[in-house]
Design a protein around this ligand. Structure first.
Ligand SMILES: [Zn+2]
Length: 225
């Protein structure tokens, strides 16, 4: 196991007793601490191409996606940043595999493929915010090398490294994994996921302002309880 992989795996371990007792005893981090980590998260939302791509996928696929939208998303958020070359085909278990060059006009099939991918990504993110997460998607991204450790602008960080044969959901999850591994505590503290529709949002408060999802009124889940 490489050193970077060891460090990443250690960061996935459950919080130590001191951290847990602090969270239980005081409800959560201090308001000032949460405000500053939320600011750091906002900065990442503006600066991180992986986070932008991952969030856009989850935001826009709440409705059926058109073929040109999927092709544009791949080009802008996966191919252009250099995470991988354009795949020949797009796949997801249980739905038809589609040749990228032939997706024009395949409206129903593209909608089915992106919906299935979104469902799997949402399940992985719901696990990440669960009280006792399995951490499977982060482990899978690490062990299957869908993320790589690199130095960008003098700072070590994780970058997505999906492969052309990967499922579309694994491509999206590689963006989330690189981002979360780069600062897992930030996401543990602020990320919320809707159990109904998979909406991903971030909250500065120790709990979301509303118990119901603003989009579907489903149950909003988050880690910092
Ligand atoms: Zn929802």
């Amino acid at each position: 196991m490489t050193n970077s992989l060891k460090i990443a795996m250690a960061s996935l371990a459950p919080a130590g007793r001191s951290v847990q007792s602090e969270m239980l005893g005081r409800g959560a981090r201090s308001d000032a601490g949460r405000a500053s980590s939320f600011l750091a998260l906002r900065a990442r939302m503006l600066a991180s191409p992986c986070l932008a791509g991952a969030l856009q996928f989850m935001q826009v696929t709440t409705r059926p996606w058109e073929p040109h939208e999927l092709a544009a998303w791949l080009l802008e958020h996966v191919v252009a940043p250099g995470w991988m070359r354009a795949p020949r085909a797009l796949r997801e278990p249980g739905v038809e595999t589609l040749e990228l060059s032939g997706i024009d006009g395949r409206h129903r099939e593209v909608a089915a493929l992106t919906a299935r991918a979104r469902e799997r990504v949402a399940l992985a993110l719901l696990d990440f915010v669960a009280p006792n997460p399995d951490g499977d998607f982060l482990r899978a991204a690490l062990y299957s090398a869908r993320v790589r450790w690199s130095v960008v602008d003098g700072r070590s960080t994780w970058l997505p490294a999906p492969r052309e044969m990967d499922r579309l959901s694994d491509v999206v999850l590689s963006l989330f994994a690189a981002e979360i591994l780069s600062d897992a505590e930030l996401y543990r503290s602020h990320m919320t996921v809707c159990a109904g529709c998979g909406r991903v949002a971030f909250t500065q408060e120790t709990r979301p302002l509303s118990a119901g999802c603003p989009r579907c009124d489903g149950e909003v889940r988050w880690r910092a309880r």
